[in-house]
Structures are given as structure tokens and as C-alpha cells.
Design a binder for this molecule. Structure first.
Ligand code: GTP
Ligand code: MG
Length: 204
């Protein structure tokens, strides 16, 4: 899929203030600093569309981007950043869970995990939360450029095995790098195929 246009629309602190529309919406979530905003820039090939930072805790609001005038990408704040105050953690948790649980337009949630790390309890618990609440999600490994091919595949295999302890079937899994654009086509093709099936349903 070609990205012909990518426009920032609005930032919000609460789900009920988010844009009202009938278009498919794909959101990016994961631990703070995992690379959500960088991945949005990589997918859209826009350097500064989503704000990134080497310091965790950069994205603190729900950010809507309209792509090709017919679907949305959403950049969310990260979870699990230890250095914010307790009250800010509670606030962020409310923003994230408020969005994930109440956003009717949410077509698919991409949960990002750092390809270098072994499965983290906070991510496994988040998958569990999504499962319990019936939120459709996929997994994207990030920062693949920081590992050798052999280590990358060993980590992904180990991760899948860990998930199989919790799940009978695994969601779609992608491997990405914002540096090398690895995974870009696969992720965009996946979004395109969902967009097509959503619009076919709308035609029925
Ligand atoms: P918060 O908004 O704070 O939750 O973080 P985020 O998940 O949006 O992460 P962000 O995209 O801001 O990236 C965090 C840091 O990781 C930045 O320094 C990025 O340059 C770096 N980074 C992100 N993706 C990649 C990647 O694929 N490869 C490499 N080498 N660095 C990456
Ligand atoms: Mg961010």
C-alpha cells in the first residue's frame, strides 16, 4: 500500500473526545520507549509525524493521524514507565485502558515488544487483559536492527513458546525495525487486508 497522505488530526486525553468517524482505526501500544511513535513514522515514511524521544514517557496523549484519507493510525502513551509519579501512572493507565476498552472504531491494536528482551510480565499481563476484554490485537517486535539475525529468531521463537503457555492460538506476529524499515510491507499489507474486509462488510 502506498501512503499518499498522513495528517496529524488531534491529541486527546480522553477517549470520548476522540474524533467521531466510520473509518478503521489501528492503534499502537506497548511499554514506554519500545518504539511506537518511531514505528508510525517508519510506516508513513514521515520523519516527524509522531513525536519520538530517546527518553521514555514522550507520548502522553491519544494522537490521531489520518492516513490516505480513509483510515487512522493512533499513537498511544506507553505503559510501565517506572519514573513517573504514582498519580501520573494512574492517569496514563486510565487514558490507555479508557481508549482500548471503549473505542468502538478500534479495528486492531498493535502491541509492540522490544525484540531484545525476554517476555516481560507487564506485556504478558497486558495480553491477558486484552484477551479477557475481547480486544483484537497483533504483536510487533521492535528494534530488530539491534540484534543479529540468529539472536532475533531465537528470541522470537522463545517468545512464541512463552505465549503458547498462555494461549491456544497466537495472534499475527510481525518483526520490525524503524531504522531499516524491516516489517513495513508486511504490516501495511496486513492493515490493507483488514481495511478491505471492513469495507466489504460495510457493502453487504
Ligand atoms: P513513549 O512515547 O515514551 O512511550 O515511547 P515510544 O514507544 O513512542 O518510543 P519512541 O518511538 O519515542 O522511541 C524510543 C527510542 O527508541 C528513540 O530513541 C528511538 O530512536 C528508538 N527506536 C525506536 N525504534 C527503533 C528501532 O527500530 N531501532 C532502533 N535502533 N532504535 C529505535
Ligand atoms: Mg511515543
Amino acid at each position: 500500500m502506498d501512503i499518499k497522505s498522513a495528517e496529524f488530526i488531534i491529541s486527546n486525553s480522553e477517549v470520548y473526545k476522540c474524533p467521531k468517524h466510520n473509518l478503521p482505526e489501528y492503534a499502537f501500544i506497548g511499554r514506554s520507549n519500545v518504539g511506537k511513535s518511531s514505528l508510525i513514522n517508519m510506516l508513513t515514511e514521515r520523519k516527524d509525524l509522531a513525536k519520538t524521544s530517546s527518553k521514555p514517557g514522550k507520548t502522553l496523549l491519544i494522537n490521531h493521524f489520518l492516513i490516505n484519507k480513509n483510515w487512522f493510525l493512533v499513537d498511544l502513551p506507553g505503559y510501565g514507565y517506572a519514573k513517573v509519579s504514582k498519580s501520573d501512572l494512574v492517569k496514563l493507565d486510565k487514558i490507555i485502558k479508557g481508549y482500548v476498552m471503549n473505542r468502538d472504531s478500534l479495528t486492531n491494536l498493535f502491541v509492540l515488544v522490544d525484540a531484545r528482551l525476554e517476555p516481560q510480565a507487564i506485556d504478558l499481563e497486558f495480553f491477558e487483559f486484552l484477551g479477557v476484554n475481547g480486544v483484537p490485537f497483533s504483536i510487533i517486535f521492535t528494534k530488530a536492527d539491534k540484534l543479529s539475525n540468529a539472536k532475533l529468531h531465537a528470541n522470537v521463537t522463545a517468545y512464541r513458546e512463552k505465549l503458547f503457555e498462555q494461549w491456544e492460538e497466537l495472534p499475527p506476529i510481525f518483526i520490525s525495525s524503524a531504522e531499516t524499515k524491516m516489517g513495513r510491507e508486511d504490516i501495511l499489507n496486513y492493515i490493507e487486508s483488514i481495511n478491505e474486509s471492513v469495507s466489504a462488510k460495510g457493502d453487504e
